[in-house]
Design a protein around this ligand. Sequence first.
Ligand code: AMP
Length: 126
Amino acid sequence: MAYVYDTTNIFARILRGEIPNRTVLETEHTLAFRDIAPKAPDHVLVIPKGPYVTYDHFCAEASEAEIVDFTRAVAAVVNLIGAEAHGAGKGFRAITNAGENGVQEVPHFHLHILAGRCIGPMICTD
Ligand code: AMP
């Protein structure tokens, strides 16, 4: 089944400049900004500018230029917030939620970068 992108979602509105964001990094194909309800001292969302609903959608249909740009932007964000897992930083967790079972709230693909404290066990098992 084809992916259906909702152009009214909040991240589409951020990309159109309709609502503000706390930008960490912007590149040709990618925007990174601080989560409005941070779950860690550093909580940054990295999103492609293109209309992709989920990570699998992005992986399947984004251009190579978009994928490379997004991937390099993640590295740049981790570096900007001092969360690299080698050298001075203490590491981070990258999470993407997809669909109903992934408990995705905003239907525009985004990667959460959580850092600044120990993020704890990988998932809640109860
Ligand atoms: P998810 O559950 O993976 O879809 O995560 C959506 C995330 O978007 C949550 O962590 C929200 O706090 C965050 N969020 C929602 N609205 C905004 C906004 N206007 N600016 C920044 N982050 C937002």
